[in-house]
Every structure is written in structure tokens, then in C-alpha cells.
Design a protein around this ligand. Structure first.
Ligand code: AMP
Length: 216
């Protein structure tokens, strides 16, 4: 089963994927997390991607598609977070899934007002060690600046600062939002209101995944 989570940066895709991946036995494939890990490890892909992430721009499609293609296995159950982000990537995904006898089963669009997405990104903090996500307002660390889980420094992502966050929302509207119309006509498509509490979003998301599972 292949499920895509679409939504503004800051709409809670990563948080929700972490909550539901284990529950449904999905592998969580988050291209932003993969790029950050590649950059930290100073790999060739990381070197190519670093400047795009810093500026809030999209990494070129060919690089992203090749990277994801290397991670998709036959028979795998994937929760795709942050991929695809362009129509070309959606086509690349369709091709790579066809190659393993699969297709996208469900697309869930997490909807959120733009101002709320900016507010969430500005207050988000991320562990530089394990990637755990915090929020200075709603989910602070127990000790300021220190990850509760691994003890590494918790920092603001360079691309979560207000100016870059606003840029990323524009990029979403220009390049990623067209995927809404694309997938609405191609596959099962559901909208979930991401402005409600994480528990409510999780419940709504679980319900649409259950519905899709039952219909397969
Ligand atoms: P995210 O953690 O999903 O917000 O992604 C952070 C950054 O990683 C984005 O602003 C892009 O620079 C890059 N990135 C992640 N996923 C993709 C993708 N599918 N296509 C292009 N760039 C991506």
C-alpha cells in the first residue's frame, strides 16, 4: 500500500507519519529528512542538495527521483512525506511504482491556513541529533535546547526562519499544489483538516487509511 501525505510545510506531515507508520506497518519515507541526513553525512547527494534546502528551494527533480527510486522495494508499504512535490516527481513515482507492480493507493491532503503554517514553522525546533521535532509553544523540551530523547542540541532549522518559511509556502503553491488536481483525478483522495489537535488529525488520517485498506 502506498500513501502520500500532501500539505504545506508545517502542516504536520512528519509528526503524523511518525504517529501512524508503526500503527499500520508503513515505512516512513520523508525526503526532507533523507536530505538532512545526507547533508549531515556530507555525501555527494547531500552536497548537491544543501544549497537548495538552505534557500527553501526544491532540489531538482532528477536528483530527488533517483534518490527515492533507490529506496522503493517490491511489496513495500510506504508512507510518502514530502514526495512527490512536483508533477514531474509524481510521474517519476508512478513509473518507479509500476516497475515494482504497485501504484499510489491514497493521497491525503492536510489542509491548513497559510498564516498558521508560518506560525508553526517559526515555533518549530528540531533535534540536531535524532531529528525529534518540538515546538516552543506547544511541545517544549524539558531542558531548554536539549533533546528529551537523545540529549543532543535542539535548534531551529535554517529553513524554518520566517523569510525562508514564507518562500517555501510560495514554492508549495506554485509547484506542489497542482498535485491536488492531478491526484484527485487519478486516485483515492481525501482532505484532512490539519488545524485541529494532533490527536484529532491522527484519528481522521487513520480513518481514511482504514477506509482505503477495506476497499482494496
Ligand atoms: P521538508 O522537510 O519536507 O520540509 O523538506 C525540506 C527541504 O528539503 C525542502 O524545502 C527542499 O529543499 C528539500 N526537499 C524535500 N523533499 C523534496 C522533494 N520531494 N523535492 C524537492 N526538494 C525536496
Amino acid at each position: 500500500m502506498i500513501v502520500i501525505l500532501l500539505g504545506f510545510p508545517g502542516s504536520g506531515k512528519g509528526t503524523q507519519c511518525k504517529r501512524i507508520a508503526d500503527k499500520f506497518g508503513f515505512s516512513h519515507l520523508a525526503t526532507g529528512d533523507i536530505f538532512r541526513a545526507e547533508i549531515a553525512a556530507k555525501t555527494a547527494v547531500g552536497e548537491k542538495a544543501a544549497d537548495y534546502l538552505k534557500k527553501g528551494k526544491l532540489v531538482p527533480d532528477a536528483i530527488v527521483i533517483e534518490m527515492v527510486a533507490g529506496k522503493i522495494e517490491k511489496g513495500g508499504k510506504y508512507l510518502l512525506d514530502g514526495f512527490p512535490r512536483t508533477l514531474e516527481q509524481a510521474q517519476g513515482l508512478a513509473d518507479m511504482l509500476k516497475g515494482v507492480g504497485a501504484a499510489v493507493d491514497l493521497v491525503v491532503y492536510l489542509t491548513l491556513p497559510k498564516e498558521e503554517a508560518i506560525r508553526r514553522m517559526a515555533s518549530r525546533r528540531t533535534c540536531s541529533g535524532c531529528g525529534e521535532v518540538y515546538n516552543v509553544a506547544s511541545r517544549p523540551t524539558k531542558v531548554e535546547g536539549i533533546c528529551d530523547k537523545c540529549g543532543a542540541a535542539v535548534v531551529q532549522r535554517e529553513d524554518d526562519t520566517e523569510a525562508t518559511a514564507a518562500k517555501r509556502l510560495m514554492v508549495f503553491e506554485d509547484l506542489t499544489h497542482p498535485l491536488v488536481a492531478y491526484y484527485k483525478s487519478e486516485t483515492a483522495f481525501e482532505e484532512v483538516d490539519a488545524a485541529s489537535s494532533p490527536d484529532k488529525v491522527e484519528a481522521a488520517l487513520s480513518a481514511v487509511i482504514e477506509k482505503t485498506k477495506a476497499a482494496r
